[in-house]
Ligand binder design. Structure first.
Ligand code: COA
Length: 370
């Protein structure tokens, strides 16, 4: 009988798995397979980083070319999946349509090996993410274009425009930041499902369910809605006064691990400033972001997280707000699959205990006597 230990609420600070994929630290460090995130942001691309996350080492040219070709080749979504999405109707939330599509894909995909299933899932998630508003709204799906890389294709499918230069470079970095983050809620969920030896589609569907919430992946959409609601830098203080007095969490701030700063948010803030500078003299959006950030830090000591600065970047790129969390999923699926494989390789069913606080020894009362 194993010794029972009581874990803190939310499992905060408890080590429940061993991983070699990534590590975030309270002092603001993040490494993917040993490489600091800034090092990768400055030098690597999305496909290279995805290969690294999945395989543990950076690819050589031929490995990268094969990996990129597979991603491009596997993007075709079965008609049956689009048909299910279409039937959900225009009022469905895109992230719900994406989760349903992922589950449907798992029902119709007949690939027999885990590696083939994962390649299919990784490639199709971005196509489904880009189309999870369009297709339920009755529009034709927009498929990937030949010759574009992963980030360029996703941005093209999302906006209908081929982006180049700095905008595309920034979008690719944001996807790289969203790709992996050790035992975040959705990756932990994926590991729990993987530990039952269910297939990768089941695990990714569960990951999508966990991702949806505003305390996790839903935060980028919430952050953008808040920025639009506040509207002007001068209104930040009043907005926060009200949020604090209502006891509301300010979306886009705080993190279970990062207590001083989120290194991904720091980089995205630099990128946002530069994107705006290249667009002209109007820096109101940047000043708005900074004003809320400054108030949150000075009054609560809570730093901005990745979602807070990813949101205005997506906004500037012309992406519809309800697609922000699906974009997160299109990138995080690579991290999810790395966790799936790591869990299965040294599997132990994840099945903790709960302390029972309910009644005992009750006697059944026939329904007529209740
Ligand atoms: N706005 C206002 N207060 C916040 C806050 C926020 N965004 N994040 C944390 N706090 C406060 C909590 O109210 C709590 O205060 P208390 O001790 O007086 O009760 C304290 O800071 C600790 O917060 P807690 O929620 O216990 O920390 P956590 O590690 O469990 O939570 C998050 C981390 C991410 C869930 C939390 O910061 C949050 O809800 N943030 C907003 C959602 C978000 O942006 N999520 C994306 C994360 S990448």
């Amino acid at each position: 009988m194993p010794v029972q230990v009581r874990a803190p609420r939310g499992l905060a600070g408890v080590i429940v798995a061993e991983t070699r994929i990534a590590k975030s630290d309270s002092d603001g460090a993040l490494v993917y397979r040993g490489y600091p995130i800034r090092e990768l942001a400055e030098n690597a691309g999305f496909e290279e980083t995805a290969y690294l996350i999945l395989n543990g080492t950076l690819p050589n040219r031929s490995q990268l070319s094969e990996f990129s070709s597979t991603l491009a080749a596997e993007g075709g979504v079965p008609y049956a999946v689009y048909e299910i999405m279409r039937r959900l109707g225009k009022d469905v939330r895109p992230i719900d349509a994406l989760r349903t599509a992922c589950s449907a894909l798992g029902s119709v995909d007949r690939r027999s090996t885990v590696a083939a299933v994962q390649a299919s899932l990784e490639a199709k998630m971005s196509v489904l993410a880009a189309n999870c508003r369009r297709v339920p709204a009755g529009e034709k799906p927009r498929g990937p274009r030949e010759g574009l890389g992963f980030a360029a294709n996703l941005l093209y499918m999302l906006t209908g425009k081929v982006h180049e230069g700095y905008d595309l470079w920034v979008f690719e970095r944001v996807l790289m930041f969203y790709m992996e983050h050790d035992l975040n809620a959705s990756s932990f969920t994926v590991r729990v499902v993987a530990s039952t030896l269910a297939d990768p589609y089941a695990a990714a569907t569960a990951g999508l369910a966990a991702l949806k919430g505003p305390l996790h992946g839903g935060a980028n959409e919430g952050a953008m809605r808040m920025l639009l609601e506040v509207g002007e830098p001068e209104k930040a203080r009043r907005y926060l006064d009200k949020a604090f007095s209502d006891g509301r969490k300010v979306i886009g701030f705080g993190h279970r691990v990062y207590k001083k700063f989120d290194p991904r948010a720091v980089l995205c803030k630099e990128y946002l400033r530069e994107m705006l500078r290249r667009r002209g003299p109007d820096d109101r959006l940047f000043r708005l972001c900074e004003s809320i950030e400054k108030e949150m830090w000075e009054r609560k000591g809570i730093p901005a997280n990745l979602d807070y600065y990813a949101a205005p970047i997506f906004y500037l790129l012309g992406i519809e707000i309800p697609l922000y969390t699906p974009i997160f999923a299109a990138a995080r699926v690579f991290g999810w699959m790395a966790h799936y494989n790591e869990q299965v390789a040294e599997n132990k069913l994840i099945r903790p205990d709960a302390e029972y606080l309910g009644a005992v020894d009750l006697r059944y009362v026939p329904i007529a006597n209740r």
